[in-house]
Design a protein around this ligand. Structure first.
Ligand SMILES: [Zn+2]
Length: 63
């Protein structure tokens, strides 16, 4: 299983978490949890930005 590479664009913190258990993988797009925090415009809305849990830097989803 390849471990994805994802780092905070500001501080470089490794944002890849533990591998998602096989019985949960079908519900998620990826293979590993992510430590980044999803930011939505309103409660229950789609995630539009990510925030680094370490430095609080925010960046647009997809960038
Ligand atoms: Zn950061």
């Amino acid at each position: 299983m390849n471990r994805p590479i994802e780092n905070c664009p500001n501080c470089g913190t490794d944002l890849v978490g533990e591998e998602i258990p096989d019985n949960l993988k079908e519900h998620y797009a990826g293979t590993h949890w992510s430590k980044k925090i999803g930011i939505a415009n309103h409660i229950g809305g789609d995630v539009v930005s990510w925030m680094c849990p370490v430095c609080k830097h925010q960046w647009k989803k997809g960038e």
